[in-house]
Ligand binder design. Structure first.
Ligand SMILES: CC(C)(COP(=O)(O)OP(=O)(O)OC[C@H]1O[C@@H](n2cnc3c(N)ncnc32)[C@H](O)[C@@H]1OP(=O)(O)O)[C@@H](O)C(=O)NCCC(=O)NCCS
Length: 290
């Protein structure tokens, strides 16, 4: 228990009963998360809330991924209580729980200075694109390639592709998203080379993760989902791409009617994960989950 300005502040574990209050914190920040989105996030990880005079006024969540990584998200202090050290205290409390792990966060501009002061280093950026999806032109596939719906027999291969592309075990996230969303698979000569998941999120739909061998494959997967959601609000969060795809996906999303609306900074406290394998990550599962 911490006393501050004669206000009683209690930091405790987040439970499912806190979700409506955390959704209110999101709403105040104009973040799109619905209660269902937050429930899904909490079901995969854990959280802390700060109760200020009996009312939830701060939140933070975290997720662990083998072998040695964790991500932080849903870090919010109610506007009325910001700037008094509470965000820092909650971040430190959660980081202490994750001792021994590299902690990753996609930080907003406000979060960036807080995490910088806690020793996080900047790894890159993630660009958020969203809009009401306009009608999509088809993306031409190469010889032997096709995009098809996922079948139960694909799960293990797709988990391996995703985990390699992320440099950490992502089975927990993907199993949850397979159950909640729909998935298409990119194949070359019957071999799975990539995939893209779409699920309900916020005001509409979120496309991600997207894993593909190259930017052309990623475009084909994304165009498939945008095409099925014409007229609906769609969001996609894309990490900065290394050469030779650096100028690929972001400008293409702008061209097809999904402008960049925001940008966050990918930060790490500890050694960054090292992606491997043949496929790369072209869109995040969620800003919070990485
Ligand atoms: C970011 C946030 C959680 C910080 O919580 P807080 O209780 O206001 O922050 P603290 O009082 O503990 O301050 C910690 C540091 O954060 C930074 N900070 C806080 N508010 C900031 C702001 N509005 N702009 C820039 N930096 C800010 C400062 O660097 C501060 O360091 P200092 O005390 O040495 O000056 C809070 O401002 C918030 O909820 N913002 C909106 C949601 C958001 O962007 N969350 C971060 C997601 S990564």
């Amino acid at each position: 228990m911490i006393l501050q300005d004669a206000t009683q502040i209690v930091m405790r574990d987040m439970t499912a009963a806190d979700i409506p209050a955390v959704a209110d914190l999101c709403f105040e920040q104009q973040w799109p998360h619905r209660e269902e989105d937050l429930e899904m996030l909490l079901s995969m990880g854990s959280g802390l809330v700060a109760e200020i005079d009996g009312k939830v006024g701060g939140s933070i969540m975290s997720w662990r991924f083998d072998p040695s990584f964790a991500t932080l998200g849903v870090i919010i202090i109610a506007v009325a209580h910001q700037g008094r050290g509470l965000g820092r205290q909650m971040a430190i409390a959660m980081i202490e729980r994750l001792a021994g792990l590299t902690v990753l966060v996609n930080a907003t501009e406000e979060g960036r200075s807080l995490y910088g002061k806690l020793g996080f280093v900047e790894l890159g950026t993630v660009c958020q694109h969203n809009a009401i999806a306009p009608a999509q032109p088809l993306v031409e596939l190469r010889a032997g390639e096709r995009v098809r719906p996922m079948g139960a027999a694909d799960a293990e291969v797709l988990e391996a592709l995703y985990s390699a592309a992320m440099g950490m075990d992502r089975k927990v996230v993907l199993d949850e998203l397979f159950a909640r969303g729909s998935t298409v698979v990119l194949c070359k000569e019957h071999e799975q080379t990539g995939f893209a998941v779409i699920r309900r999120f916020g005001r509409g739909w979120a496309i991600g993760p997207v894993v593909a061998p190259d930017v052309t494959g990623a475009k084909a997967l994304i165009a498939h989902w945008l095409g099925t959601q014409t007229g609906s609000f769609c969001r996609i969060d894309i990490p900065e791409q290394p050469a030779p795809d650096a100028a690929g996906l972001g400008p293409w999303l702008e061209e097809v009617g999904l402008p960049q609306v925001d940008r966050v900074t990918r930060m790490a406290l500890g050694p960054a994960p090292v992606p491997g394998g043949t496929a790369r990550l072209f869109a995040l599962a969620a800003q919070a989950l990485g």
